[in-house]
Design a protein around this ligand. Structure first.
Ligand SMILES: Cc1cc2nc3c(=O)[nH]c(=O)nc-3n(C[C@H](O)[C@H](O)[C@H](O)COP(=O)(O)OP(=O)(O)OC[C@H]3O[C@@H](n4cnc5c(N)ncnc54)[C@H](O)[C@@H]3O)c2cc1C
Length: 462
């Protein structure tokens, strides 16, 4: 009888876990080992349950219109736990006031005239400047540029400062002046290419529809009412062996070296670790270039309250314009979005501290961070004393796709393809969203199983 083929997956975040699932799906007979440097699985996904609250400390959900993750959730039997986020007004805190995001704006780009004309978010001059988008020639000419350059040239600096930057910084926690248009928001490059004007182009497109989703829910977020860690645990159950507290220090064809110096061998190794590990583990120029790319630092501060102790307006939350000088960058009223996250008489607020200019605060202790966050929240609305807080830090661990990211990834993947039996996936490469990570892991698992099946066939015939 032929020996079992062995696969080692390095890193137990969603990318590594999804890779385990898809390898086992395609090659149930293979033996898959998951090596994780920390003492837990899940990577950036972490769910805490306390006093009836379900607290997501990392990702809270994902874009419903990207189907891969939804399909995976259904495949592992959690389809009945899928929930759509409740829709609601979203605000921007700017000029010391919470102001409603104008109706019809997508990522801060206006698609409807009346709400834009009447909004107090932009001055009359700023509105006229944004309207010049209708006449300005192409800005993106197939050569990557920064998001700031692109949006500022098309829509003017006021719209960027007051709407686009707070929204995108709230999502990506990055600096628009560094972030790549092609890698971060390729859809806007494509719209400009086709329609020239962003406003006209956005008006003419419908949100992509997910199979089975109603038009209303297609643009919304999905999550799991049981907590995202249930998915993590389900996926982990497909691994034959999981070793925690096991940092990998080196990857070479057919083997990985662990921090204690021991060596494990395998027919294929999939690297799905944090971005800064790519260079040191793989040790070739293109991998080192990826590890040198920018990463940001942030802390997620989740605060639980009795309902009567806070005023939360109708809506799902707000982002903060950087010019307000607050430590917090965004705030979500979690129980408005996801009713299962708090008991009926309570409210759960999630906010983020730490920006590219203010990363040091994340290194402070919990009570310092909580006090700073509360102080800022109280400048925006009535916020009393929390029942408790949960603070989670991501230090130098959030990949930023800076200008020419796609070219660096392409060079990395070409170099990696020359190394026999070594593969890579993860948020560093083709998208930081959970569905992007799952998509990437699925494709890499396919490559691995095709290669291993070929090896098995060759061995059988020789
Ligand atoms: C606060 C926050 C909110 C977010 N919100 C959303 C959201 O709402 N929706 C969304 O779609 N995305 C969101 N994201 C992004 C998304 O969570 C991440 O991009 C995704 O989880 C990354 O998964 P990953 O498996 O690629 O990496 P990670 O989750 O970072 O996992 C990498 C794993 O590798 C391990 N590792 C590292 N080095 C080694 C080594 N040498 N040996 C062995 N193991 C190693 C690490 O310990 C870790 O467990 C959010 C991210 C954060 C931080």
């Amino acid at each position: 009888m032929s020996e079992k083929q062995r696969v080692i997956v390095v890193g137990a975040g969603i990318s590594g876990l999804a890779a385990v699932f898809y390898i086992k799906k395609q090659m149930p007979e293979a033996s898959v080992t998951l090596l994780e440097s920390s003492d837990r699985i899940g990577g950036k996904i972490r769910t805490v349950r306390r006093d009836g609250f379900v607290i997501e400390c990392g990702p809270e959900g994902y874009m419903a219109r990207k189907p891969t993750l939804t399909n995976l959730i259904k495949e592992v039997g959690l389809g009945d736990k899928l929930v759509h986020s409740s829709p609601g007004t979203y605000y921007i805190y700017v000029n010391k006031k919470l102001r409603k995001m104008p109706k019809g704006s997508v990522m801060g780009i206006p698609t409807r005239m009346l709400p834009m004309v009447t909004t107090g978010l932009i001055s009359p001059i700023g509105k006229l400047r944004a309207a010049l988008d209708l006449f300005i020639p192409h800005v993106y000419k197939d050569k990557d540029i920064s998001l700031r350059d692109f949006f500022q040239k098309r829509l003017g600096s006021e719209l960027v400062t007051n709407m686009i930057e707070p929204l995108l910084s709230g999502i990506y926690n990055g600096d628009l002046a560094d972030m790549s248009l092609k890698a971060t928001l390729p859809q806007f490059a494509a719209i400009e290419k086709k329609h020239r004007s962003l406003i006209l182009g956005m008006k003419s497109i419908q949100p992509p529809k997910q199979a089975g989703a109603s038009k209303k829910s297609a643009g919304r977020f999905l999550s799991l009412s049981c907590g995202l860690d249930v998915l993590v645990n389900k996926l982990a159950s497909y691994a034959d062996d999981i070793q925690l507290n096991t940092p990998v220090t080196r990857i070479r064809p057919g083997q990985v070296t662990l921090a204690d110096g021991s060596v494990r061998s395998a027919d294929a190794v999939i690297l799905a670790s944090s971005p800064k590990q790519f260079g040191p583990l793989l040790d070739f120029d293109e991998a080192r270039a990826l590890s040198r790319d920018k990463r940001t630092t942030t802390a997620t501060v989740v605060l639980a309250f009795k309902k009567e102790d806070v005023d939360t307006p109708d809506g799902t939350g707000y982002v903060v314009s950087r010019k307000e000088g607050l430590n917090i960058t965004a705030c979500s009223w979690m129980d408005h979005k996801w009713s299962y996250t708090a008991p009926k008489d309570c409210t759960l607020i999630r906010t983020y501290v730490g920006t590219a200019e203010n990363a040091d605060i994340v290194g402070e202790n919990d009570s310092f961070i909580e006090a700073k966050a509360l102080n800022d929240l109280r400048r925006v609305g009535r916020v009393g004393t929390p029942l408790f807080s949960v603070i989670t830090r991501q230090i130098d661990n959030m990949p930023q796709y800076t200008v020419n990211h796609n070219e660096r990834v392409q060079a990395f993947e070409q170099a990696l393809a020359k190394i026999d039996g070594v593969y890579a996936c993860g948020a560093m490469l083709h998208g930081v969203g959970l569905p992007d990570c799952v998509d990437n892991a699925m494709h890499v698992a396919e490559d691995v199983s095709n290669q291993l099946k070929k090896h098995a066939d060759t061995a059988a015939t020789s």
